[in-house]
Design a protein around this ligand. Sequence first.
Ligand code: UT7
Length: 327
Amino acid sequence: MPAAITGCGASLPAGVLTNHDLEAVLETSDRWIVERTGIRERRIADDGESSASLGVAAGRAALADAGIGSGDVDLLVVATATPEQPLPHTGAFVGDGLGLGCGSFDLAAGCAGFVYALVVGAALIEAGNLAHVLVIGTETLSRIVDPDDRATRVLFGDAAGAAVLTASEGPAGILAWDLGCDGSGTGLLGVPAGGSRRPASAETVASRQHFMRMSGREVFRRAVTVMVESAGATLARAGATAETVDWFVPHQANARIIEAARQRLGIPADRTVMNIERFGNTSAASIPLALAEAAGDGRLTAGDRVLLAGFGAGMAWASALLEWGPR
Ligand code: UT7
């Protein structure tokens, strides 16, 4: 039985950090940020907000959109690179906030995490005994960004997005997907300390190893290649071509990456969902946030073919072709 998205939701912190705000505290400029990334502002969680609280709000919105209650959810999968805390998993906090009684787990695949989670949720529905899986991508990247690092601080923001996957009798669902990871790129983007390899110590804190480090130029170069290759593999598996894609919803990493990838794939700009200007790069939250916006304003309609593509730390990537269902 195929799994279709029957509800979407998103949650954004109220706090807005503009490029002009950043000009006041970093050696950067609105012009540089807009030209190099396409970003004008991003949302930043306040002290009372966290990955779990944003995830709960997005999950609640997606359940309402799907017209189901918390008792109807059979499984929760939370994709995040900024978990609530190292243990227990973020899904436990989110499930508690939503009043869920079902199983939950976190899925860590960097910015590709949401598409990975969607594929896993759909596969479990297709395996037979689940009716609804709630998939959430939630991030508070502002908590791991080095406030003194202009290359990353301008890029990342906080947000959550969610989708309800439902067993569907119709043709709507996930038509094909591609998952991959090139672990030779683990050093290109990550948080060096705080795990088993380099546990937290006074020294790791003093040397700022709990903040994100990124080789931006190399990540950029690899990103365009893997997005195009993975999306191409997914289209081939579905027996589809770029001309048959109604909407391309890429990970919102950098407007230039999206532009290069969509051009190489041959997808028109007006069929590509972009909101990076307002929210920056929100990692695992960016694709469900873009889906919720495009579904909410009526761009996505029943029968549309929607191509998702994400990539990031790992370097992990994921793409999927969906047929948008009636909602
Ligand atoms: O979410 C998935 C993973 N992440 C990504 O996809 C991010 C991929 N990478 C990028 O988006 C881009 O590489 C960045 C936006 C991070 C940087 O843009 P770039 O065009 O690749 O710049 P660059 O790193 O090659 O740096 C060019 C110059 C450097 O100065 P010098 O060495 O030429 O003097 C940087 O120090 O720009 C400088 N620079 C800045 N200048 C003003 C870097 N960040 C800034 C800044 N403001 N915020």
